[in-house]
Design a protein around this ligand. Sequence first.
Ligand SMILES: *Cc1c(COP(=O)(O)O)cnc(C)c1O
Length: 525
Amino acid sequence: MYYRSTRGAVAGQSFEAAVLGGLAPDGGLYIPERIPAVTAEQLAQWSSLAFPELAAELFALYVDSGEITKAELETLATRSYATFRHPDITPIRALSESQRLSVLELFHGPTFAFKDVALQFLGNLFEFLLQRRNAHKQPGDRRDRITVVGATSGDTGSAAIYGLRGKRDISVFILHPRGRVSPVQERQMTTVLDANVHNVAVEGTFDDCQDIVKQLFADDEFRVQYSLGAVNSINWARILAQIVYYFFAYFQAEASGLKRTDEPLVFSVPTGNFGDILAGYYAQRMGLPIRLICATNENDILDRFFRTGIYSKSSDGVAQTWAPAMDICVSSNFERLAWYLARDTVVEVEGHGAEAERARDVEASAVVAAWWTALKSHGGFQVDAATVAKAGEVFLSAKVSNDEMLATICAWYERSAEEHGTPYVLDPHTAVGVKAAEKLRVERSDCNGPIICLSTAHPAKFDEAVERALANVATQVRFSFDDIRPVEIEALAAKERRCEQVPEAEAKLIKEVVRQGLQAEGIAI
Ligand SMILES: *Cc1c(COP(=O)(O)O)cnc(C)c1O
């Protein structure tokens, strides 16, 4: 399997090049040159596999055995999911049998957020690729290594740190705006004391931190000298890892009777950068009979696109909501979907065979490049009705306001206390997905079957929003955080912390922190 860029100037890249490269050199995103199809027989065979086994089967379709063998993929998957607390890795839990609504809990990894599913794998994969390159080096030879630099407003940082901690030949520097990430998230990051982990608290905003990271990557000399690498949500390996739970959940839903044979299954996905839901799109294109609800908060660029075909930045900038991991202006992974839509509906190349297919690929990239040029210069672009209709074959969408989000947490707390005796607490991001599902049930006639809402974080990570939502519950079962706070999160408060303070949001200060941090690790640059 080779990888190409959505913008068309790069093709024929290995999986390793796509993963270690992150962004393609032409500014596009890497996509596989074709999407492998899964047969009904394969689906039947896979339906009883454990999560890591299923992961290895799926990964093997996207990675040539000449690059990484199936056995090696199995080892990587097994190691990556051994850190999860639940035996099923991503279990399904019924919210309401009568309403046929469930949640797929993706938060049983080390940092209690769905990003662990991808970043646990990515960390092991990076290490594997580097160790292979370094295997034949003599003592004193320069080793291949990566310095991961990233900025976080909360969730991604801790998941990246837990994915990369202790990994050989990898150092990680995570910048966060001092005092502006939640206390739980701050503790999760700064209590990791591995020598290769460097937390940096910057006096400034998240945007300042992100600007500094951009400046570091734009500095060719610095980037090459320190072998800078990124683990952001556009990395192909992250999408790949996320495909697994759509299949796994589908099989679970069938086995448990949640979904009847021949009944369609709908997933509702709280969406920000379109990485999570894009993995569902790949699963669908591979042959899994599913549809996807794109659930957005007040940052609704995607909901507007699916309803109107207009993809345009909001003139108000990014809105701050109770679901901060979905607070985006544009969705970085959307370009991948745009490429497939362009190829399916806009491209007008006649004929059959390999040559015509290649011409269609090239044409689709030209369309995408033009759309993204318009996005940059005019703040948006519009696609035609056929393209909107094509997207609508797989995607539904709904937007959920801040107030609706909190009301949904409260409503399901009360309902689950009634229906199951014990209340269930949704995190604010998950509540966006649940509310979107409820809205579409009312709005549309083709949404009556089972819906699985992806639960992307444990509610204890977003305690302020949850406290607010549950301040006045109307049931006997009063809410107390002590009932739901995991011991692992509780224990963080007493742990030793390490964090570098940087008094000004200046790239040159961060460069110095990187230099000194690597020196402290004993790495000669
Ligand atoms: C990152 C994140 C999301 C959004 O996922 P995307 O892949 O960016 O769409 C939703 N919820 C939580 C808790 C997250 O951390």
